[in-house]
Design a protein. Structure first.
Length: 200
């Protein structure tokens, strides 16, 4: 598929996307932000789920890299020691919901599902960035993470949303990467700048 001039990737009508980007500096966050910003024709609101980086850093990068379109919605912050509300560019607080236990993917899923439902009720299409699946796999086993990815994808499908799951391929074996390729509708390799269906 074709890369557009902003570095975005055409994913067609995919609901779940596996974004492969090595965790070097801010690169995974940059990849998530660039990818979601490139979906502004499909997404009105972005819901970050931060596991690997503090939510304030994620929001800061979003604000520096985008013009606020799509807008930031509720942020779900997992396994952080302090609760904070970041400020968006228009001086309105961005709501932050915290999940203390990173192994409680049911709680994470409920928070994200609620954010997707609110967006849908307000006539917005939401894009969710799970940053990162590698972080989740540091706390739970593969079958539990697989179920989380599958379930979140089904929730997003019901409201015409998109979920992007970042995975650092340099810290997982090929079998793990393939497991999550299978459950996602599309795969984007940040190094190659192109997308592929999971079976290609």
């Amino acid at each position: 598929m074709t890369v557009d001039s902003r570095g975005g990737v055409d994913i067609g009508d995919a609901t779940t996307v596996l974004l492969l980007a090595p965790a070097v500096g801010d690169r995974p966050t940059d990849a998530c932000v660039t990818f979601l910003d490139g979906l502004d024709d499909r997404v009105d609101r972005v819901v970050p789920v931060t596991i690997t980086v503090p939510v304030g850093e994620w929001i800061g990068q979003w604000e520096r890299a985008t013009d606020g379109d799509p807008a930031l919605g509720t942020c779900v912050d997992v396994d952080r020691t302090t609760r904070s509300a970041a400020v968006a560019g228009d001086d309105r607080p961005v709501p932050v919901e915290r999940v203390v236990d990173p192994t409680d993917l049911e709680a994470v899923g409920r928070r994200v599902s609620d954010a997707l439902q609110r967006a849908d009720e307000e006539g917005d299409r939401a894009g969710v960035a799970v940053h990162s699946l590698t972080g989740i796999l540091g706390h739970v086993d593969e079958p539990t993470a697989f179920k989380f990815v599958y379930t979140l994808g089904e929730v997003a499908r019901r409201v015409d949303g998109v979920v992007v799951f970042h995975l650092d391929p340099s810290v997982h074996d090929g079998e793990t990467v393939e497991t999550f390729r299978i459950v996602c509708d599309a795969v984007v390799d940040a190094d190659r700048g192109r997308s592929a269906s999971p079976d290609s």
